[in-house]
Design a protein around this ligand. Sequence first.
Ligand code: ZN
Length: 236
Amino acid sequence: MRLDFADERVLAVVAHPDDAELLCAGTLARAREDGAAIGVAVLCRGDKGQPPQPVPRLAAVRRGEMAAAARLLSAELFWGRIPDGTLADDRPARLRLTDIYRRFRPTLVLAHAPEDYHPDHRAASAVAEAASWFCASRGHKTRSPALSASPSLWWMDTLTMSGFEPGFYVDVSGFMAIKERMLACHRSQAARGAASDFSPVLELLRRQASTRGMQAGVAAAEAFRAQHAFKRTRAW
Ligand SMILES: [Zn+2]
């Protein structure tokens, strides 16, 4: 059986620039090759991910890095513009992401898992889940009209796989090059690799993809779990 993303509209909802590269970019690239439309919504500005030598105007630098990565996928890019460390599942964040859903019209959303290690990721998970319901509710007004149906929702793996029990795996063996090229766009974060409080991100990406691949009997994989909730569950 082969999962086919043709005719899908796949939106990754992440907290920070570079999260999509680490956790789902292989799947996005594979979906793109199948003919899907791809979007990436980055909720935070990335303004606090400073390398040891601080980068002036870091949020603007990271906007440029993320735009370059999204171009490699021909992905439409959306920004939540929320300062790092302040993302919460509150009304402004829900409205902002609900309107992004209504503009991109996803059939499938990939979002951080509720058990993720990072507080911004956990908040992004809750906002992504809430908006997946409210985007199709006409009573919740935003600038864009309500969708006719909610997207299905998959939780993404956590960085280093800690605490995440996969529901299924997507074979990304043929898409590691673009995943790595996208990550390489985030030069400010690669510079954090030498810091004692951070990890070399390229090594993390490779080890995780090959470990998930080994679990699934392929060279490289990304792990997900479907959110089984009313109107967000699909049959294949
Ligand atoms: Zn992050």
